[in-house]
Design a protein around this ligand. Structure first.
Ligand code: DUC
Ligand code: ZN
Ligand code: ZN
Length: 493
């Protein structure tokens, strides 16, 4: 019998802390050897001329998430249930096509319910896919029962991050509710991830825009200028500081919000920042495309003016923003369950927010970042795999090429030029907002736990083979122990 199940030979292995020309030996789905020459393997892959990267970890994507409402729309008493059109199987195909092997997606909480009914449902959905996965638990109604009973139950089930929205109907929390969630997270050793925009300010601007007859998709950006993101980011950080609770600010779109994070980090707070490719490739002008096409770029925060791209790159380079995720959200442009669910002439308020990006994330960051000389290959690896693994408590099993880690790898041709098309994304959505963008650098094979699941764009993986990644306590989310007047209003258990 061969010593190794698989050897990846002759590639340039990128560890996030330098590269080495070496072979990788895989046994039972794990990396068991890194050596100059590995020969005794049942199967070999020739990686010469290619980079060997850790499989991407997309720590922020919405997949098959049954929501009450649809990330957009008016306040109504009984919001309809919508499920994004991407299923776990179609999302797995898209992810593998783009070099991603693990995701962290979202278990919803429907108002009027506790956490556990949706968790049970969502686990069944996720188990049908091929990606390895973990969950953030969304909290929309932090009742005593949720705080005292359900959150500990969710933690016991292996979930270590809570997600809160400071805007959106019917998801948003007010400050008192946000404080309660921070407190519970601190008690139970969870990270809190935060969507930072000011709910009341957006509501006020939206009403005024609609009254003035300004209803087209481009006014989505007018309803939520950068100041509403900056204000909510500041508030989210200040309240987390009050409670001494580590947080991650999701999808930072502008320099102003990044500055709030940088200031917090300079004071030693445990505050991390994430951005997404839409904030360095798309602009508010995209929402002004003719007809309904502009709707395909509506996401929140909104794509900004082109001047913000440089601010985002600067914040990435400084390390203020240390994770690039996709915020993948599967709404097709022209279907009745997607962007057009309220008609193709719907006002911007009634168009679901969110854009697909699972497959495009890594090629866009590689091309715009590494190929154009804005970031190094090491930074790319850390932004897309190592940092999400560490912040989400998935390391060292995920996010790195090291002995003992899962053999999740992307073989990358750094010189391959590709023009992005919707067909290449291999998702279940009828468009990509990145159509026509030319990239340099492309994944030519994806390996998940030692199994080749994509080769030259052809995805082959058995539905139901993705694994849940349970997370236990981990250091990154340990509070600092610095409290106003030393008084601990939320002592850890
Ligand atoms: N932003 C989006 O654009 N879509 C889903 C959720 C979010 O916060
Ligand atoms: Zn969000
Ligand atoms: Zn999101």
């Amino acid at each position: 019998m061969a010593t190794y199940d698989l050897a990846i030979r002759g590639g340039e292995v990128a560890t996030g802390f330098g590269t080495a020309r070496c072979d990788i030996g895989v046994r039972e789905g794990r990396i068991v050897a890194l050596a100059e020459r590995i020969t005794d393997a049942a199967t070999e892959i020739d990686a010469s001329g290619l980079l060997v990267l850790p499989g991407g970890i997309d720590s922020h994507c919405h997949i098959e998430e049954p929501a009450r409402g649809s990330y957009g729309g008016p306040a109504v008493a009984e919001p309809p249930v919508t499920v994004q059109e991407e299923s776990f199987t179609s999302a797995s195909i898209a992810a593998f096509a783009g070099g991603t092997t693990s995701v962290v997606c979202f278990v919803p909480q429907w108002r009027g319910e506790g956490l556990l009914p949706r968790l049970a449902d969502y686990r069944q959905r996720a188990a049908r896919g091929m990606l390895d996965y973990s969950f953030h638990q969304i909290i929309t109604e932090p009742t005593d029962a949720v705080l005292e009973h359900d959150i500990p139950a969710v933690v016991a089930a292996g979930i270590r991050s809570l997600k809160v929205f400071l805007t959106y109907e019917p998801l948003h929390l007010n400050d008192a509710q946000y404080i309660k969630v921070l407190t519970a997270a601190r008690r139970h050793g969870c990270l809190v991830t935060v969507h930072c925009e000011n709910y009341d300010a957006i509501g006020w601007r939206t009403e005024a825009l609609l009254k003035a007859g300004l209803t087209a998709p481009k006014y989505h950006a007018w309803a939520r200028p950068t100041v509403v993101e900056r204000e909510a980011t500041h508030r989210a950080i200040a309240l987390a500081e009050l409670i001494d609770q580590p947080i991650q600010i999701f999808h930072v779109s502008c320099g102003e919000a990044a500055e709030e994070i940088a200031r917090a980090q300079a004071r030693g707070l445990k505050v991390w920042g994430e951005t997404c490719p839409q904030y360095f490739t798309l602009t508010d002008a995209d929402m002004d495309r003719p007809g309904f096409a502009g709707a395909g770029f509506i996401c929140s925060p909104a794509p900004r003016g082109p001047e913000e791209h440089a601010n985002i790159w600067a914040a990435i380079k400084r390390g203020t923003l240390d994770i690039v995720s996709s915020d993948h959200c599967g709404f097709s442009l022209y279907t009745e369950t997607g962007k057009a669910q309220n008609g193709r002439d719907a006002c911007f308020r009634d168009i679901p927010n969110g854009i697909p990006g699972l497959a495009a994330r890594l090629p866009l960051l590689f091309s715009e970042g590494v190929s154009k000389g804005r970031i190094t290959l090491d930074e790319f690896v850390r932004l897309t795999a190592t940092n999400p693994a560490r912040l989400m408590g998935l390391a060292p099993r995920k996010g790195m090429i090291a002995v003992g880690a899962d053999a999740d790898l992307a073989l990358w041709d750094p010189a391959k030029k590709v023009t992005i098309t919707n067909a290449l994304m291999q998702h279940a959505i009828d468009y990509t907002p990145y159509e026509g963008i030319e990239v340099t650098g492309w994944p030519v094979a994806t390996i998940r736990r030692g199994e080749v699941v994509m080769r030259d764009g052809k995805v082959q993986a058995e539905p139901g083979t993705g694994r849940f990644l349970p997370r236990g306590p981990y250091d990154m989310v340990r509070p600092r122990g610095v409290l106003p007047y030393g008084f601990d209003a939320a002592p850890p258990l």
